[in-house]
Design a protein around this ligand. Structure first.
Ligand code: GH3
Ligand code: MG
Ligand code: MG
Ligand code: MG
Ligand code: MG
Length: 306
């Protein structure tokens, strides 16, 4: 059973009634860190500053109503996954349906019973945090901690679309460790894994922007997506990286060409007005990077090709 970490839960209470806020705070302060907002304006500012793990929402507020707030949150990709629980004394026909129609996870009826509130909130928090943990695991390579192949494939489609829309270049890089079979044969698979981990760490440190992605593409192959990066920009970064890997000083098998473990790199850049013109094949850029990698291998390894 996946158990998410409960300690850091961050709960936002949106309510303009001080008595309710105080009662909720008392019921929930052992479960998480509690924040407050007394109207929609404060609430959106608070959410923007930091995403809460769960929101408790009053139906009637001084500016925008709770139902509308919920619907706005559920229609924005950044906030759609935050569970929203309504606090209400509404019991009239059709109200339950309205609450769930706008995407609420649940609702809690006033007068509030502290243990019931705590139990409901805890259930939704556990569920929400477990899903987030699963999402993270599904997108991460467990051995290196880098993004996995699934993340690479998903992100590539998103970034190609963005690059096309914003008329920006985009670079895709494929990296393969040189003569790694010889390394494994000489040092064994456990050492081989350690070598892959060291290289992964150096590669991750080598990319600079928060929008860059470094992924483990396969066994001893890695791939980058570098949005808004042209041929010259990529070339500079990748030459530095080639050097960083050799300078790691990981001793290679005696049978290998170089004393230290090295990598070969291939990359391809899509350019607005040129390669983006053909948007039917999202994988063309990956194929081109792969061909460039093949060139690096053919020409003697430990090099970058475009
Ligand atoms: P080249 O320079 O042409 O790339 O030669 P190479 O020997 O590295 O050939 P290739 O890239 O085709 O083979 C990769 C080898 O890496 C095969 C496999 O035994 C090894 N390998 C792949 N994944 C892992 C892994 O997770 N751990 C370890 N220890 N070895 C791996
Ligand atoms: Mg109110
Ligand atoms: Mg390989
Ligand atoms: Mg290899
Ligand atoms: Mg090979």
């Amino acid at each position: 059973m996946i158990k998410a970490n409960r300690i850091l839960s961050d709960i936002l209470i949106i309510d303009d009634d001080n008595n309710v806020v105080m009662a909720l705070n008392k019921a929930l302060n052992k479960i998480g860190r509690i924040r407050f907002a007394s109207d929609a304006k404060q609430a959106f500012a608070s959410i923007k500053e930091q995403q809460p793990d769960l929101i408790l929402l009053d139906v009637e507020l001084p500016d925008i109503g709770g139902l509308e707030i919920c619907s706005i949150l559920k229609n924005a990709p950044e906030t759609e996954n935050i569970p929203v629980l309504f606090i209400t004394s509404h019991t009239e026909m059709g109200f339950e349906e309205k609450v769930f129609d706008v995407g609420a996870a649940d609702y809690i009826l006033k007068p509030l019973k502290p243990r019931v509130v705590a139990a409901r909130v805890q259930t939704h928090l556990d569920y929400h945090l477990a899903i987030r943990l699963l999402e993270k695991l599904a997108h991460t390579d467990s051995m290196t901690g880098l993004a996995n192949r699934r993340t690479f494939d998903e992100r590539l489609i998103v970034e190609l679309k963005r690059g096309r829309r914003e008329q920006e270049p985009l670079t895709v890089v494929i990296i393969d460790i040189d003569e790694f079979k010889k390394f494994n044969d000489h040092f064994g698979h456990i050492e081989g894994d350690e070598c892959i981990k060291s290289i992964a760490l150096t590669l991750e440190n080598g990319i600079k922007r928060s929008t860059d992605l470094a992924a483990r593409y396969g066994g001893e192959e890695f791939a980058f997506i570098l949005p808004n990066t042209d041929v010259e920009g990529a070339n500079r970064l990748l030459f530095d990286l080639l050097y960083s890997i050799e300078q790691l000083g990981l001793t290679h098998a005696p049978e290998a060409k170089y004393d230290n473990v090295t990598i070969s790199i291939g990359y391809s850049t899509v350019i607005p007005g040129e390669s983006y013109a053909n948007d039917s094949d999202n994988w063309a850029v990956v194929k081109a990077a792969d061909s460039a990698l093949y060139k690096s291998k053919q020409n003697g390894r430990n090099q970058v090709n475009y």
